[in-house]
Write a protein that binds this ligand. Structure first.
Ligand code: NAI
Length: 388
């Protein structure tokens, strides 16, 4: 089969197995080109197949030389339908990790469920004994509880209607996005899905099963971003869920103090992932950010961010580096005042007429296609793919 991208709005319905493997191998090569990192050797990554979770797992495996268990929710191929990108990414990752003697076991199941937690714990017992590093990198649209109740997360403002500039992904024009505020129920549901409850459930499940090591480190991810996205992100429904995540980190440190657990939230940089592509305004902001950071030489993708997180902010010489609010700031370069002042100025001026000059829309799309295994330079896309 010849596999081509089928893009619908902010998602690609197909994925290319060889392209996904190439993208994963590029990330592995990056980590191998960096000095090794000293730290934990047994890790669990929840949300391990794409975006920041995949990059974390790669940095942990090839940077820390650690054995890993990953949790993901991905679909294998069926008939003429390709598998999801995360499925192919994971296959390529596991092959590469195992070829270097690392344990790499993946549970493909709903992370919110008890069954998934039980299965993961059984795998930890069998292959790792205990875990001393737990990364929580889920970005999920919904959560179903044991009693069948389903919550769906929404990306909406709270309080007032949001009207803001956005990138129209169907024709690369600058458009206006208008979003009505979330209801209280929608905010509550978003907190259920993307807040800290499930992160905490995981830690308790690990602890109760005796597989949480003393002095373990657990990290969940958040985003804050600049003023122009505050209404839709920081102060919106997703922002409320992130605040819940911050509270959870405080509680976890407190509740697991006898184990000396380090529980922190890392605020990461805005990058193109399947989760961020769905957020209005953020796509346009990312395009402007990419242009300026690439010009400045400070641009990072998921893998550079996650390697720097481990090497400098968590397991560096000075231990865990925190800001005044107790957060790890991987968005330090993104949020530099001079850079943000430039972005603010561009934001006021940017329009369909000048977007090519003021934003890196091509860079946005390159990352987007790469996520699904397309537009990789070393892949022959005219070749028939039989194993998919
Ligand atoms: P992503 O969409 O690339 O990855 C989500 C991962 O979660 C995948 O591995 C997927 O298989 C897994 N997953 C989703 N639902 C699941 C379920 N029910 N059970 C098991 N696995 C499931 O997302 P991304 O962007 O890497 O997000 C990860 C975290 O990073 C989120 O907390 C997000 O808010 C945060 N973040 C993202 C930023 C961005 O610009 N993309 C910036 C800063 C933070």
């Amino acid at each position: 089969m010849i596999i081509e991208p089928k893009v619908r709005n902010f998602i690609c319905l197909t994925a290319h197995p060889i392209g996904c493997a190439s993208a994963v191998n590029r990330q592995i090569e990056y980590v191998k080109s960096q000095p090794p990192i000293e730290g934990p050797k047994r890790a669990l990554i929840i949300g391990a197949s794409t975006g920041y979770g995949l990059a974390s797992r790669i940095a942990i495996t090839f940077g820390l030389q650690a054995d890993t268990i990953g949790v993901m929710l991905e679909k294998p191929s069926r008939g003429k339908r390709t598998a999801t990108a995360g499925f192919y990414n994971n296959k390529a990752f596991e092959e590469a990790a195992r070829s270097e003697g690392r344990v790499a076991i993946t549970i493909n199941d709903d992370a919110f469920s008890k069954e998934c937690k039980d299965q993961t714990i059984a795998a930890i017992k069998e292959h790792l004994g205990q875990v001393d590093l737990i990364i929580y990198s889920l970005a999920a649209p919904r959560r179903t509880d044991a009693d069948g109740t389903t919550w769906s997360s929404v990306i909406k403002p709270t309080g007032e209607t949001f009207v803001g500039k956005t990138l129209n992904l169907s024709d690369n024009t600058v458009d206006t996005a208008t979003l009505e505020p979330a209801t209280d129920e929608e905010v509550e549901a978003t907190i259920k899905v993307m807040g800290g409850e499930d992160w905490s459930d995981w830690l308790y499940a690990l602890q109760n099963a005796g597989v949480l090591a003393d002095n373990a480190v657990t990290i969940a991810y958040s985003y804050i971003g600049p003023e122009m996205t505050h209404a839709i992100y920081r102060d919106g429904s997703i922002g409320q869920a992130k605040k819940d995540l911050y509270r959870t980190a405080d509680q976890l440190r407190d509740e697991f103090s006898d184990k000396n657990l380090t529980a922190r939230v890392s605020v990461n940089k805005a990058v193109v992932t399947q989760a961020s592509a769905a957020i209005p305004s953020v796509s346009l902001y990312i395009s402007v950010l990419y242009k300026l950071m690439k010009e400045e030489g400070t641009h990072e993708g998921c893998i550079q961010q996650m390697h720097r997180l481990l090497a400098e902010k968590i397991f560096g010489e000075n231990g865990v580096l925190l800001d005044e609010n107790g957060l790890i700031r991987m968005d330090d370069w993104e949020m530099k005042p001079e850079l943000q002042a430039q972005i603010k100025d561009i934001w006021q001026r940017i329009s369909t007429e000048n977007i090519d000059e003021l934003a890196d829309v091509d860079g946005y799309w390159e990352d987007f296609y790469n996520m699904f295994g397309f537009h990789l330079p070393d892949v022959d896309y005219t070749a028939d793919v039989t194993d998919y």
